[in-house]
Design a protein around this ligand. Structure first.
Ligand code: CP
Ligand code: NVA
Length: 306
């Protein structure tokens, strides 16, 4: 007997549009019935491995698993034998004997992929240096709640072409919106990823002019200038200063544009306090929606929302 392959949630590009829609629908249902929705993870445990710091991902996954009826098992990388040389493959095979799913945050995406290769239970990407797909699911849930279907809408990204930007590019291929990125050329997303997205029919434009990127956009997004996997702080600040999201830049976007940031934010760096604390900002709605989106992801990955 061959067992079905686990439903890993590693990157948006690996998952078809219909499945991503199904996950968002489950998320919306769970949000609408927060206190009395189904508990499809009853009797199941999910390991949450953190090799890097986290506030939102850790708490939202932990609470989501509990509210779905399951038990989270928090594992900090430096406390595990993984942190002192046990192989990823052995870790995957051992954890698969104990738990029903594994989420991992790491700054080496190769580790996440190796974990998924050897695990016999679903593996979920809780952020790597290369992508952050759970975040974008929450962001699309947020956009659609506030502004309706995202298909054909113009979404603008200003700043570093980082892990979060890369997942937005993958999302543009799956959800059919127009994505305009303004990044310094040195920090632009890879030609390979852009070629993949365009081969899927994505409408992705990349340039270095923030005003051109945000023109008529319904949503303006940015992120920290120095991600957890980055080291060269000062040079990044110099490169990225012209891409700060200011009140002046927001005024170039559509009149009803919303501002998004996955958080944690650095006021006065990638965004002014006036924007992130102003009326167009939806950053705390985004943060809340991590909880609901993750319920959709967990229910799908663990086979509990078919
Ligand atoms: N946005 C996000 O993933 O936040 P944390 O790093 O706090 O998990
Ligand atoms: N780009 C950021 C996102 C944090 C949630 C980082 O990787 O540190």
């Amino acid at each position: 007997m061959t067992l079905a392959a686990p439903r890993h949630f590693l990157d948006l590009k690996d998952i078809d549009a219909g499945t991503l829609r199904h996950i968002l629908e489950t998320a919306a249902t769970c949000k609408g019935r927060r206190r009395d929705h189904a508990r499809p993870l009853t009797g199941k445990s999910v390991a949450l491995i953190f090799e890097k710091p986290s506030t939102r991902t850790r708490v939202s996954f932990e609470v989501a698993i509990r509210e779905l009826g399951g038990d989270p098992v928090i594992l900090l990388g430096h406390d595990m034998q993984l942190g002192r040389g046990e192989t990823v493959a052995d870790t995957a095979r051992v954890l698969s004997r104990y738990v029903d799913g594994i989420m991992m945050r790491t700054d080496r995406s190769a580790k996440l992929h190796e974990l998924a290769q050897y695990a016999t239970v679903p593996v979920i990407n809780g952020l790597t240096e290369a992508s952050h797909p759970c975040q974008i699911m929450a962001d699309i849930l947020t956009f659609e709640e506030l502004r309706g279907p995202i298909e054909d809408q113009v979404i603008a990204w200003c700043g570093d072409g980082n892990n979060v930007a890369r997942s937005w590019i993958e999302a543009s291929a799956r959800f059919g919106f127009v994505l305009r990125l303004a990044t310094p050329p040195e920090l632009a997303p890879s030609a390979e990823l852009l070629a993949w997205a365009r081969s899927q029919g994505a409408r992705v434009e990349v340039g270095s002019d923030p005003e051109a990127a945000v023109a008529d956009a319904r949503c303006v997004i940015t992120d920290t200038w120095v991600s957890m996997a980055d080291t060269e702080g000062e040079n990044r600040h110099n490169l990225l200063a012209p891409f700060r999201v200011t009140e002046r830049l927001m005024a170039q976007a559509a009149p009803d544009a919303i501002f998004m940031h996955c958080l944690p934010a650095h006021r006065g760096e990638e965004v002014t306090a006036g924007v992130i604390d102003g009326p167009q900002s939806v950053v705390f709605e985004e943060a809340e929606n991590r909880l609901h989106a993750q319920k959709g992801i967990l229910a799908w990955a663990l086979g509990a929302s078919d």
